[in-house]
Design a binder for this molecule. Structure first.
Ligand code: ZN
Length: 114
């Protein structure tokens, strides 16, 4: 499954909206704040990207908050075991999947269509 990184800055209001969107869609992501993270800033500069939020989904960069494009590129969502609350990544668009909790081995079905 692809890793998701969101590049943000502290003064950017659409970054907050973009992060809420990721939470709401149960997408696991890593955040890099370019206002404090010089390495992340250099990473974007190298690719001539100047705007935030920028998403790195697998190997693809998406600049600006484009929900439909982002959902299309992201191939997982996060589900929570109802017994022990362990969070797991599952693939999307695979219909109903039977998931076995990696922690307590509780089995449950997840609808993975978006
Ligand atoms: Zn569990």
């Amino acid at each position: 499954m692809k890793n998701v990184i969101i590049f943000t800055s502290q003064t950017c209001p659409s970054c907050k909206i973009a992060k809420n969107f990721l939470f709401q869609n149960k997408i696991q992501f890593e955040q890099k704040d370019i206002s404090v993270d010089a390495k992340a800033r250099a990473e974007l500069n190298r690719r001539s990207i100047s705007g935030v939020p920028t998403f790195l989904i697998g190997t693809e960069y998406v600049t600006g908050f484009n929900p439909s494009k982002i959902l299309k590129l992201i191939d997982h969502r996060v589900v929570e075991c109802k017994k022990c609350s362990t969070k797991m990544r599952v693939p999307t668009n695979k219909g109903i999947l039977k998931i076995k909790c990696t922690h307590c081995v509780h089995e449950f079905n997840v609808d993975t269509q978006i």
